[in-house]
Design a protein around this ligand. Structure first.
Ligand code: FVH
Length: 297
């Protein structure tokens, strides 16, 4: 591709990437394609070979890779592997951006750990799968939290593989946002699994059923805005469309249908139990929002 005069003169930030699994490799390719000088390291060296052919500099050790650049991105399996890999490196003066999935507590502890070693720290939660990396129209992005200075300094570089959404100085917030959204996703997958199980033994084509299911889930998704507004105001009756008493009255239909179809209610039943508990507290005119308060211990 021909470079414009501006692109020729603007130096791209060099960076180091530790971890070349499926996600790390996708990140590496995005930075290389954008012209960033990239040093990579992976525990199993063979995984770096293809990237070397694409222009990456391959370090022999994690310590050598960390020494190569101020900006050090980490994308490993889990928090213990991050501890193992960074233990033998000198983090003094480094800008560590950790994209490894972990808990908020792990992120906060890792931020303190990095600061004690003289590094600045930003934690990230990737809301994308590898094929979405480097493809802006795919809509992937990364939650960041921790050092505001770091996100401001490296916004452009970090925005190359996917969009950036900074959620605050508490290093645990990126992980918390990540896990919250993925938890909602698993709830959706659980509901879809129950729906497919209901039709499984019938003469209903799952491929014909799928668009009906997807469209219904999309139509219902905006209800989260009403839940949020009710949580903020504390009035769970505000704007109610289908009140709790009516919804609880309908639950036997769902459980009987599951039984008749030979489907276990084990995914649905816990949610219905919470709805009934909330109703028993005298909240029949409310929305389903009270379930949130039953979950919070
Ligand atoms: N792939 C995905 O769909 C998701 C999307 C959302 C974010 N996740 C998180 O990203 C982290 C990395 O995931 P990944 O897909 O790259 O995972 P793997 O392909 O399994 O690669 C794992 C890399 O971690 C290295 N590694 C594991 N343990 C150690 C260790 N003790 N010491 C050093 N390195 C270690 C592994 O090295 P190797 O097996 O090739 O030697 C890979 O580089 C992750 O947190 C996801 O939750 C991905």
């Amino acid at each position: 591709m021909t470079q414009t005069p501006l692109e020729k003169t603007v130096e791209k930030t060099p960076l180091t990437l530790l971890g070349l699994g499926a996600m790390g490799t996708a990140l590496a390719r995005a930075w290389l394609a954008a012209g960033h000088p990239l040093t990579v390291w992976n525990r199993t060296p063979g995984r770096a070979a293809a990237l070397a052919a694409e222009g990456a500099r391959v370090a022999d050790t994690a310590a050598e890779a960390v020494a190569a650049n101020t900006l050090v991105v980490v994308c490993l399996l889990d928090d213990p592997s991050v501890g193992e890999v960074l233990a033998g490196t000198d983090l003094t003066g480094r800008d560590v951006v950790n994209l490894t999935t972990g808990t908020p507590a792990q992120a906060r502890a890792r931020a303190g750990w990095a600061r004690e070693r003289g590094a600045r720290y930003l934690d990230g939660g990737i809301m994308a799968v590898p094929p979405m990396i480097g493809v802006p129209e795919a809509g992937g992005y990364v939650f960041y939290s921790g050092s505001r200075e770091l996100i401001e300094r490296h916004q452009e570089t970090l925005g190359v593989p996917a969009g950036t959404t900074y959620v605050g100085e508490d290093a645990g917030f990126a992980a918390l946002h990540d896990v919250a959204l993925l938890s909602a996703m698993y709830g959706m997958f659980a509901g879809a699994a129950h729906a497919f199980a209901l039709i499984r033994k019938e003469d209903i084509d799952p491929v014909a059923f799928a668009p009906l299911l997807a469209d219904w889930l999309a139509a219902m998704a905006p209800a989260v805005h009403r839940t949020a507004a009710q949580l903020r105001s504390g009035d769970y009756t505000d704007g109610v469309v289908s009140h709790l008493a009516m919804q609880v009255a309908g639950t036997p239909t769902f459980l009987s249908t599951a039984e008749q179809q030979g489907v276990s209610p084990e995914l649905l039943a816990p949610y219905f139990r919470l709805m009934r508990r909330r109703l028993a507290e005298g909240s029949g005119e409310e929305d389903l929002t009270g379930v949130v308060d039953l979950l919070v211990r």
